[in-house]
Structures are given as structure tokens and as C-alpha cells.
Ligand binder design. Structure first.
Ligand code: BMA
Length: 364
């Protein structure tokens, strides 16, 4: 039993017990930041960076739990008077599984020691393997739509592709049909239906460490049948004098709705003589037709430079996965995986980031 336990099945008006044992009652709709302070630090004095790091990164560092080699590339959402999350955890097998986590402040986390069990309708066979056989799960995203949280992740189904499950309490998770055939990664839902349809970004890939990758969008009337696939953005930039996203790109956090379009934070990868280097970048997508790119920032928002981004199980990785946004306060907190080892935070003012994306835009 988690020590942060929702005590009411209804996501609205539920109570839950925080990691420190306090009983709290939800004060806001789940999935929304309202009245809860998201993690936040001011930009360091003298810095002009648009995105700056949490001073005590990583927030979940090396070997955070005995026999756990890393917790990284993980998704965080508002929940009750605090935050909940789905975390990629690797123990001494290095086999990736998803674990839930709870936090009052978004910085200090209690991670459940047992992996999430996804319940599946017994009549359905979602995988080629029996349910008892372990299969990998990594790089989750969590998205609140209408009345529940949707978890998307990269699961192994004869090769990696996008799995989906729902939850309202982060205790019970119900699997839906996989969104796509193998191979695919980085499935990222939009937080509301657009033109009556669910929409998901993804990056068709291969079965390995994919040396290519572009961002596509797929549409669904029911979260089961996906079609009307559209190209959103392609890797590249050589002809524009931009190299950091020339090898592959993939969507990161759930897109954030702004007056200027959907803010999409993504990873852009450049191949080097020393392997892939993962950076954080941004773009703005049309609010009604989000496969149309309004702006694409030519500049890297965050490159792997801090020690914990450069040294780890996979060096030189900044991999954004989740964001908490307080639009009233103009505060944005981005969770990213560092070096496939730890979980980190970075901050930005939403309005500045949107303007910076527009002012430095090169659409290709
Ligand atoms: C990608 C994914 C990520 C990982 C990144 C860098 O292909 O596997 O989970 O962070 O590579 O190793």
C-alpha cells in the first residue's frame, strides 16, 4: 500500500495521505495547477538564460533507493494538494519498469518500490506474450483529459511502441489498446480533444537506438482507433545552419496551451563522434491544427553541460518529459531525465519562452 493513498475513488473532492502522513483534501481539479505552488526558483542573478536549472539538481539522483541504478525520464502531474508521477525506474537488472511516486512539493519524492501493475480486460490480448512475462516500459507521459489521467509509455510489443492506460488515483491502472504498431516512441497526448478528437504526437522509429526520427501527429475519436496521421516536424536544420536537431527529434512534455499556440518542448538529437547528444528545444503549434508549426526555436534551450547531464549511464542526455505550468504566475517547471540516470528540474517564465521561441524561429 502506498503511503500516499487516495481515499476516494472520485478524482474530484478526494482526500489522500501525503508522503509525510498528513491527510489532505483536494482543493482543485486534478490535472490542473490551482492554489498549489509548483516547484520554482528564480533565475540566477546575472543569468540571461531562458531556461535555468534547479540549484540542487538532480532532484532524484544516483541510487536513490538501495539497488536502484536510476530513476529518470519520468512524468509528473498535479494531484490533490501535491503531485503524483509515473517514473521510469531501473534496478540491478537495468530492465525498465514504471513506478508511481508522490510528492507534496514536486521536489522531494516518495517512489513506490513495486512497479505499476496494469490491469487488462481478460478477454483481450494486448501482447503476444502472457501477462505474467515481464515486458519493458519506459519514458512515460501523463496527461489529464476530461475526467482521468492517461499514461502513455514506450512498451515492448514485439518491439517498442506506444502503450496507453488510464488512472484516476495512481493505484489502479487500466490498459487500453496500444496506439500504434511497432516501432514507435515518445507518444505524447494533447490535454484536450481538438475538433472532437484526441490527438497524440509520436516518433516512428526502429527496434534499436534509432538513428533517425521525426514528430508525427495521429488523431482518434475514441482513444482506440488512431488515424489521420500528419507530419508535424522533421529532423534537420543543416541548410539553416542548425545542427543540434539534425539526427532525430521527439516530443517531450504534454503540450501547453497558450494564446500563441501549443508550446511543444521536445528533444533534439545530434550524432557526434562520441554518440548521440540530447538537447531541449521548443516549438509552437497551431491551436486548432496542431500539425502546423507556427514557430520553431533555432536555439537550444538546455544542452547537456552540468556534470549530472554529462556523466551517467548514457552521457550527454537532457531528455524533457513533463512540465508543470502556473500560467497566472508565469512559471514553468520542466522535469527532464539527465544522462539516463537521474531526474532533474529546470525553470522558465512561460511568456519569455513563448516569445523566445517566436523571436528565434526558423521553421523547416
Ligand atoms: C532514447 C530513449 C530514451 C533515452 C535516450 C538516450 O532512444 O531510449 O529513454 O533517454 O535514448 O539514451
Amino acid at each position: 500500500m502506498p503511503n500516499s493513498t487516495p481515499t476516494d475513488e472520485s478524482p474530484n473532492g478526494a482526500s489522500f495521505i501525503t508522503p509525510s502522513g498528513d491527510l489532505k483534501t483536494k482543493s482543485s481539479a486534478p490535472g490542473q495547477v490551482s492554489g498549489v505552488q509548483i516547484p520554482w526558483q528564480q533565475r540566477p542573478a546575472g543569468s540571461s538564460d531562458i531556461v535555468w536549472r534547479h540549484t540542487t539538481n538532480p532532484v532524484i539522483g544516483r541510487q536513490p533507493i538501495p539497488n536502484v541504478l536510476g530513476i529518470y525520464n519520468s512524468a509528473v502531474v498535479p494531484y490533490g494538494d501535491g503531485f503524483a508521477g509515473v517514473f521510469r525506474l531501473e534496478d540491478r537488472t537495468r530492465f525498465p519498469r514504471l513506478h508511481t511516486g508522490w510528492s507534496e512539493n514536486g521536489v522531494d519524492w516518495h517512489i513506490e518500490p513495486k512497479p505499476v501493475v496494469f490491469e487488462t480486460n481478460a478477454d483481450e490480448t494486448l501482447d503476444s506474450k502472457p501477462a505474467a512475462v515481464a515486458d519493458y516500459a519506459y519514458d512515460p507521459r501523463v496527461c489529464w483529459i476530461d475526467d482521468r489521467y492517461y499514461v502513455t509509455w514506450c512498451g515492448g510489443h514485439n518491439g517498442p511502441t506506444i502503450s496507453i492506460a488510464t488512472t484516476t488515483d495512481f493505484e489502479t491502472f487500466t490498459r487500453l489498446e496500444n496506439a500504434f504498431l511497432p516501432f514507435n516512441r515518445n507518444g505524447v497526448l494533447f490535454p484536450r480533444k481538438i475538433d472532437g478528437k484526441y490527438m497524440m504526437l509520436s516518433r516512428p522509429s526502429d527496434d534499436g537506438h534509432t538513428p533517425f526520427g521525426d514528430i508525427f501527429l495521429s488523431q482518434s475519436p475514441d482513444m482506440c482507433h488512431w488515424g489521420k496521421h500528419r507530419e508535424v516536424m522533421r529532423r534537420g536544420g543543416d541548410e539553416q545552419g542548425i545542427w543540434w536537431q539534425r539526427t532525430k527529434i521527439g516530443a517531450g512534455p504534454i503540450p501547453i496551451e497558450t494564446d500563441e499556440g501549443w508550446l511543444m518542448i521536445f528533444h533534439g538529437v545530434m550524432d557526434t563522434c562520441n554518440g548521440f547528444v540530447y538537447h531541449m528545444g521548443s516549438a509552437l503549434l497551431d491551436l486548432e491544427q496542431p500539425w502546423k508549426v507556427i514557430a520553431r526555436c533555432s536555439q537550444i534551450l538546455l544542452a547537456p553541460e552540468a556534470d549530472y547531464e554529462v556523466y551517467g549511464h548514457v552521457p550527454n542526455v537532457v531528455f524533457p518529459v513533463a512540465a508543470l505550468c502556473d500560467q497566472e504566475k508565469d512559471q514553468l517547471a520542466v522535469y527532464y531525465g539527465a544522462a539516463d540516470t537521474s531526474t532533474c528540474l529546470a525553470y522558465a517564465h512561460l511568456s519569455e519562452l513563448v516569445n523566445y521561441t517566436k523571436e528565434n524561429s526558423v521553421v523547416f
